[in-house]
Design a protein around this ligand. Structure first.
Ligand SMILES: Nc1ncnc2c1ncn2[C@@H]1O[C@H](COP(=O)(O)OP(=O)(O)OP(=O)(O)O)[C@@H](O)[C@H]1O
Length: 302
């Protein structure tokens, strides 16, 4: 079921066209990666979805209605800017956020305690937000974004400042939300994290969408046909083959990228008579590699 539709939105700031004709479709039970380099327009896009800034043109439909502030209650939003109420105590701050979303009474206290425990913050409920480490403040703000059990989560850099254990915890929680049928938009630079959990990827560069599709299909389409090899013998035989696009020697192994239309089998047939192979592993390009090649290449695939 569709929860959010963004159609051809545009935003300029003093002559800078920050977001150009961006369109997105977000459905329940899926995780969407909103990816792009610094200044690409991710936060501006999110702020328009959240009605914090108004698009110059285009249309945003949330839960089949034109975006308006009353619909924000159905969204859990982790903004890019953190630490909104640094002087408030952690438990009090989270209760306040819950009350803003019409949560009340013992149920609210219970929810706050449950989440604090899950994030290993149970003993810090009486600390002021500003007394917490950056990572722990980030966890508190994350709790604030999903305490009211929203149907759509929009998380702007949810992993920033978190250690690997907490990155995993947040990934685990996001996966649980997906299982519950929520829709999740994840704006992040952390491609490896995005790669592990996103179903769909929107890559934005210079305000424009350059890639939009299911992660599996993107990896098939843009993933280079490459293979890692360990062998004994002279690697020059591989480097000289006409269908070898790139040959990178990493010392312990080499990585061979084949030209389109050529297979690993073809490579092996050509080299087995000459060198002794210990290990062969076909390799899929990581999202990071696809991202870098698209952004650096300046290609625009809408
Ligand atoms: N309030 C504003 N006034 C002027 N320019 C702005 C404003 N907000 C954003 N911009 C400009 O719009 C462009 C997109 O910025 P945005 O913050 O959306 O990028 P981003 O993809 O979220 O980047 P980052 O990953 O660095 O946070 C940038 O050139 C930025 O300088």
């Amino acid at each position: 079921m569709e929860v959010l539709k963004v159609e051809n939105i545009n935003k300029s700031f003093d002559g800078v066209h920050a977001v150009k004709e961006v369109s997105l479709k977000i459905e329940t039970g899926k995780i969407y990666g909103l990816l792009g380099p610094n200044g690409a327009g991710k936060t501006t896009t999110i702020r328009m979805i959240m009605n914090i800034i108004v698009p110059d043109s285009g249309k945003i439909t949330l839960f089949n209605q034109p975006m308006e502030d009353s619909l924000k209650a159905k969204i859990g939003y982790l903004p890019e800017e953190r630490g909104v109420y640094p002087k408030m105590k952690v438990h009090e701050f989270l209760k306040f956020l819950g009350e803003l979303h019409d949560m009340r009474g013992a149920g609210l206290d219970e929810q706050v305690d449950l989440w604090l425990k899950r994030f290993d913050l149970a003993t810090m409920g009486h600390f002021k937000v500003e007394e917490l480490s950056k990572g722990n403040q980030q966890k508190v703000q994350l709790i604030g974004s999903f305490l009211h059990d929203p149907q759509l989560l929009i998380l702007d850099e949810p992993f920033s400042g978190l250690d690997p254990v907490n990155v995993n915890l947040v990934k685990e929680i996001i996966m649980e939300f997906k299982e519950q049928g929520k829709a999740i938009i994840l704006s992040t630079h952390m491609m490896d994290a995005a790669e592990k959990i996103c179903d769909h990827v929107y890559l934005i560069n210079k305000g424009q969408k350059v890639l939009d599709g299911e992660l599996d299909k993107i990896q098939q389409q843009y993933g280079h046909n490459s293979v890692q090899l360990e062998y004994k013998g002279d690697g020059k035989i591989i480097e000289k083959l006409p269908f070898v696009e790139k040959f990178n020697d990493f010392g312990n192994f080499v990585e061979v990228q084949l030209k389109d239309g050529h297979s690993v089998n073809e490579l092996l047939e050509n080299i087995i008579p000459h060198i002794e192979i210990y290990r062969v592993q076909a390799k899929r390009s990581s999202l990071n590699e696809i991202f870098i090649s698209l952004v650096k290449g300046g290609e625009h695939h809408a």
